[in-house]
Design a protein around this ligand. Sequence first.
Ligand code: DLL
Length: 442
Amino acid sequence: MTQETAAATTDAVLDREETISRDELETLQLSRLQHTVAYAYDRVPLYKRKFDEAGVHPTDLRELSDLAKFPFTTKEDLRLEYPFGMFAVPQSEVARIHASSGTTGRATVVGYTKKDLADWAKLVARSLRASGVRPGMKVHNAYGYGLFTGGMGAHAGAEALGCTVIPISGGQTERQITLIQDFKPDAILATPTYLLTIADAMIKQGIDPASTSLRYAVLGAEPWTEEMRHELETTMNLKACDIYGLSEVMGPGVAGEAVETQDGSHIWEDHFRPEIIDAFDPTVVLGDGEPGELVFTSLTKEALPIIRYRTKDLTRLLPGTARPAHRRMGRITGRSDDMIILRGVNLFPSQIEEIALRIPELSPHFQLELTRPEGHRMDQMTVKIERRDAVTAEGAASAARVLQQQIKIHVGSSCTVDVVEPGSLERSNGKLRRIYDMRPKG
Ligand code: DLL
């Protein structure tokens, strides 16, 4: 830990709930959980129907482990209840609505009461503070504003913390760079791949990304690796921490990472009860440390209480460190619906990121193309990846061979690697699409 980051954490005033004991936290969770399941059952027809069908009643929840008796909620449930069927309060009490983009089906709609918005801002403020951001700092917010929860969620949290917020939203990278140079923000909030886009564009303009005023980055909304953290921290000379969340559960700030330990995001368990289940057999609740699918139950939400929501995010629960009562989540390896099954081998883009970034000739800009060439029964994967600027043609060719071998060794898949010119692949504006699936459907 540098002197600067040590100072950053010791001067912080924490919420009381951040410092309570695990016992006290679990007592709080149980009473909030009992309230939430009863509240959801009474107010949301879908929950009443699902609980009745499963033969459980809110009074069956006597201890925390009883939660496993209750049915799951899925994105499909939210889609079927489109637009407002999941709301537990009359529309006049809903202060704000957000929605997913709905590119893969009907949008999922979420709502917040005034109190929900205040709780959300408090948890984002808590996450930002954990990551080194302090009252009075200037915060450049490059998460997209609009129905996506990233922009406005991060904005309200930074304001609640007492920061000066610069609400630039995503995109218009040239302008972002001008404002970073002119306004001299201390912290930046963005997706990791969009921060990479900004750093890359700075280099193209002859600006050293390490020379800006930025000292902290709070990054999330998509999977990223320790290798990507190293890349961003060294190129930009800042401390990069993770922030996690999802709209169905709240938005950003469900969990946040402490800058002094940088060992994964602490789930704010005074507001959310996490579980890990076996993604293939959801009846099995796994123990701490075991990898599986993350499931959340909200403990304080009014407009959209959510019971055992299946996130599809794959990770594991770890003991608390910087905030001992609140468990951490390991890095998300991927989403179960983003898993590539290539000739029987399961793989995630983050595995490729991890391997590629250890090869000095290769840049973090890559995409995965899946094809099934005519006349072939087998799927093929091509990793298209940009070489770093100074690398020669021979350097690129040998790096391609190394990447191909490393993927075979560590992932178990054979693939083709195509090292392409710097700047030739599409850049991120927010959540980056890594997979281009061109296989025939069906
Ligand atoms: O992405 C909320 C958010 C905004 C989080 C800004 C952090 C920062 P959704 O659009 O509903 O909400 O997408 C949620 O994004 O289920 C994960 O798959 C992924 N995700 C979010 N944060 C992380 C993270 C926002 N830190 C989905 N690491 C989630 C890995 C993340 N994946």
